[in-house]
Design a binder for this molecule. Structure first.
Ligand code: AVI
Length: 322
């Protein structure tokens, strides 16, 4: 790992995202009989802005419900997290929730944020370092779905923080494997504070992923613009439309881009054909009952110690311990 340092902020570079590997993932996904694209490609600069907009939509209850749980239950959450801990956040810590947490936990020994976007990571880590001058802030530029090392830090224990129900964007077997790696990372007695979206009426879910203003549609289509720019592909955004549906059987939202006509799109040397109405899967977002998530957590090497929900049981914040 290399590093650069300013005052209470040290940027660690574990490894730059593997662009060639992601290009292969795109090609592999488009070669499958049921085409798919890797969801991580949503988050270029425009995609991150659109996601911010999504999180403020009336229909998208997730962000505001999770934040409300944090505000209402912060004393219990902070006392469960404990004092003197090393806090590791998966994703950039620019959210309101990170600050609520940092405002309430006692004497954190350090704050580590891990993000695939170097710009987002450095901006948000600099903001955290400025707002909490006594805090040791260590952003790590890495893809947290792959292995990476943690810097040596002294603390009472290590607690990971994974808000937003991003765990839902993994298939259950991937989620369990991810939890297992987190359990290994935080070690015996370590914890995970995680946001998990709860199963609910399909109508609420379908609206949350297909809003009236079309922000989610723009977010979904933007993946094509990102692939065009990054890999020199020739997708025409006006030849696809957004589709999001809750699959009751699988307990997940599925987001697709649907081809509006028969068409051929080039990506480097390769040409891909899309039939009219053919769908490309761009994202899954699993929803869990509290019991289902407990089974997943146990499979990943954790015990569920606390589950906090909102009065309507839309969303949960959970504390898991190794
Ligand atoms: C980041 N993730 C938790 C969001 C979700 O709800 O699955 C991504 C998203 N996709 C469409 N809207 C939001």
């Amino acid at each position: 790992m290399s590093e650069s340092q300013t005052e209470n902020l040290t940027v660690l570079r574990a490894h730059a995202p593997d662009i060639e590997g992601i290009r292969r993932e795109v090609l592999d996904g488009l070669r499958k009989p049921e085409k798919s694209l890797p969801s991580k490609l949503f988050y270029d600069e425009r995609g991150s802005e659109l996601f911010e907009e999504i999180s403020e939509l009336d229909e998208y209850y997730l962000t505001r419900t999770e934040t409300a749980i944090f505000i209402d239950r912060i004393d219990e959450i902070a006392s469960r997290v404990g004092s003197g801990v090393i806090l590791i956040e998966f994703g950039s810590g620019n959210s309101q929730k990170t600050r609520i947490l940092l405002d309430h936990i006692l004497d954190p020994a350090g704050y580590v944020a891990i993000d695939i976007s170097q710009e987002k990571l450095t901006d948000s880590a600099a903001a955290i370092a400025a707002a909490y001058p006594g805090l040791n802030v260590l952003p790590i530029w890495a893809d947290y779905t792959h292995d990476f090392d943690l810097p040596a830090l002294e603390g009472s224990r290590t607690v990971a923080f994974f808000p937003g129900s991003t765990i839902g964007n993994f298939h259950p077997h991937e989620a369990e494997a991810f939890l297992r790696r987190v359990a290994e990372l935080v070690g015996e007695g370590g914890g995970l504070l995680i946001g998990v979206d709860i199963k609910k009426d399909a109508r609420i879910l379908n609206l949350a992923y297909d809003d009236a203003r079309g922000v989610t549609a723009a977010f979904n289509l933007n993946i094509l613009a990102h692939i065009n720019r990054e890999f020199g592909a020739g997708f025409r955004l006006d030849r696809f439309r957004h589709q999001a549906t809750y699959n009751e059987e699988q307990g997940r939202i599925e987001m697709y881009l649907v081809s509006l006509e028969d068409q051929t799109v080039s990506l480097g040397e390769t040409e891909f054909s899309f039939g009219r109405d053919e769908r490309v899967l761009t994202e899954v977002s699993y929803k869990y009952t509290v019991d289902e998530f407990e089974r997943l957590a146990v499979g990943g090497g954790f015990h569920v110690k606390d589950v906090w929900t909102d009065p309507n049981q839309l969303f949960s914040v959970q504390y898991l311990e190794v």
